[in-house]
Design a protein around this ligand. Sequence first.
Ligand code: DHB
Length: 309
Amino acid sequence: MLRTYIADIALPSCLYNASGARCVTAAELDALAESAAGAILSKSCTPTYRAGNPLPRYYENEWGSFNSMGLPNEGYKYYAKYAAVRPHRDKPYFVSVSGLSLDDNLMMIEALGKTPPIDAIELNLSCPNVPGKPQTGYDMEHTNETLRQVAPLCLNKVWGVKLPPYFDIAHFNETAAILNQYPIHFVTCINSIGNALVIDPHSEQVVIKPRNGFGGLGGDYIKPTALANVRQFYTLLRPDIAIIGCGGVRTGIDAFEHILCGASAVQVGTALVREGTACFSRIEAELKTLMQQKGYYCIDDFKGKLKEL
Ligand code: DHB
């Protein structure tokens, strides 16, 4: 009932993890493989191992999550090697790539593109948490140049980009016009809302240590922004580019809303960190119940079919 496709890749369920959430180590990736998730996506990787930012670097409250992890990851070779040893080959395995320079990204994508058991590459243009490194997705020229140089390396690979949230119609139009020029297969909307500030009024302190307490916001806080981005890019991008929704998916209704806005698959971040991999079977059951109540048999019955007033 929840089966979906990203390009020619079949996912047994449209629900899977957002990059960053419980996907750094082989044990975490194994747990995703064992779960009801429809795909496995790695933590964003860099050329070599990174310990990430100082602790505490993750905080959550009833409305969502807040982080400045600083790209802690095992290095791209680890995620390439995992492709060959992972259990449950019936679901696809995607690697998220987030180099600190264009050269980093080109080097990793060239290597990962030649690793056959990796089903797709999600190029992260939107990490907000590395001091001194702006989010590529907010620099249109840099985004264009990145795609121009990455595209030839991905001729035989399904690939796409993870975008930051946009807030202005001109930015949606400009970004979509750039993306439409390249043979990408998907876009993932959205990364966390970067450079937010969550504080504790009792202690009068920031709640995370890195970057004077500034970090990326996720969870319920960001669902309306995520839905707006999914809807805009669904409307503006070539129809062969799948939209993957990410942001504020905690319940089956949240996933339903993303699909209604045009998402072909939906990632779960904050709720996965909070609840563990059991979130996938719960959200799946909630989404299926809602679809049954509405008389929908598959996600194509309502994908993108948001109604206007
Ligand atoms: C990190 C956060 C992100 O939002 C992202 O896209 C990549 C990395 C991090 O801080 O580790």
